[in-house]
Design a protein around this ligand. Structure first.
Ligand SMILES: *[C@@H]1O[C@H](CO)[C@@H](O)[C@H](O)[C@H]1NC(C)=O
Length: 296
């Protein structure tokens, strides 16, 4: 009997705890809804906006949306050619005792492929030769390993070094092409269409679906255009964002946090951009490790 009473009391308190925590969850939902509303309102008041997404920039300006391509097709073509020697290296890198049968079949097919591509290559005249050079180097190397069935380490290294010399030029060309087109498109907006107030209010969101390397060029370009040294006021960079909608959300959150932080943290607009828990964690963790060392 006494046991049952016990159990009842425990159940009762667990029930109260449950209700209480649900109340708090509901309460927090109010916060989240208000937060989203404030964020969207702030976004609707922000103009102009530029979002760099994949090959394009999207401009929101005076209530309208515009889209411009800023990465030329030849940028991707140059990259594809530069990847040929890299692909060959990746295929044979573990074939230390000789070319495996599977790789041999695969590379024979690949060789046919690039030979076909060589005949239909389309590039501006001044950069065409470098593309032939990369392909010819790859064809020569493939012919060697396919006929000997050996992957000599020294030869492989030599091939990679030679390839590097050639595709370094491609990387330079790709960057130049991208910057030229980006500049051509952005300059008109920034200097001709935006007035001074708008230039000052401009927000640029650069999104990269994969690594931080992606979008680095655009970051550098906009830093120079706007004359800024770091992320925050005009430029923000968002990784792992796939869509325009998500990019806008990230920007809205960034702006709203800066605004709120100025109120709550004595003008420190950056405070909410750091993890709010990070200062508290740094403080508490010191004690945590001191304690465990003593216990040991
Ligand atoms: C710039 O354009 C905005 C409209 O987007 C207008 O409200 C503002 O007064 C203009 N500023 C100047 C300096 O012309």
């Amino acid at each position: 009997m006494e046991n049952n009473t016990h159990r009842f009391i425990i159940c009762f308190f667990l029930f109260i705890l449950h209700v209480r925590s649900n109340d708090l969850v509901n309460l927090n939902e109010h916060f989240l809804a208000t937060y989203a509303r404030a964020r969207d309102h702030l976004l609707s008041q922000t103009s102009p906006l530029i979002i760099c997404i994949r090959d394009n920039i999207i401009i929101h300006y005076r209530g309208k949306r515009y889209e411009e391509q800023v990465i030329p097709k030849s940028y991707h073509d140059l990259k594809a050619i530069s990847h040929i020697p890299f692909k060959i290296y990746l295929t044979v890198m573990f074939d230390t005792v000789g070319l495996s049968e599977d790789n041999s079949i695969e590379l024979q097919r690949y060789l046919d492929n690039i030979q076909t591509i060589r005949n239909i290559l389309q590039f501006p005249q001044d950069i065409l030769q470098n593309q032939y050079d990369i392909i010819d180097l790859s064809i020569r190397y493939l012919n060697t390993i396919l006929s000997t069935k050996l992957v000599d380490r020294k030869e492989l290294k030599q091939f990679c070094e030679e390839a590097h010399r050639l595709f370094a030029l491609n990387i330079e060309l790709a960057a130049q092409m991208h910057l030229d087109l980006l500049d051509e498109k952005v300059r008109v907006w920034y200097y001709e269409r935006f007035n001074e107030t708008e230039r000052d209010a401009l927000r640029v969101t650069i999104i990269g679906p994969k690594t931080a390397r992606h979008g680095f060029l655009e970051k550098t370009y906009f830093y120079h255009l706007i004359g800024e040294k770091r992320e925050g006021k005009h430029i923000i960079y968002a990784e792992n964002v796939e869509s325009e909608e998500k990019a806008l959300e990230v920007l809205g959150i960034w702006m709203l946090d800066a605004k709120a932080a100025a109120m709550f943290f004595e003008g420190d607009t950056e405070r909410l951009h750091r993890d709010l828990l990070s200062d508290a964690t740094a403080k508490y963790i010191k004690g945590l490790f001191k304690k465990s060392k003593i216990e040991l």
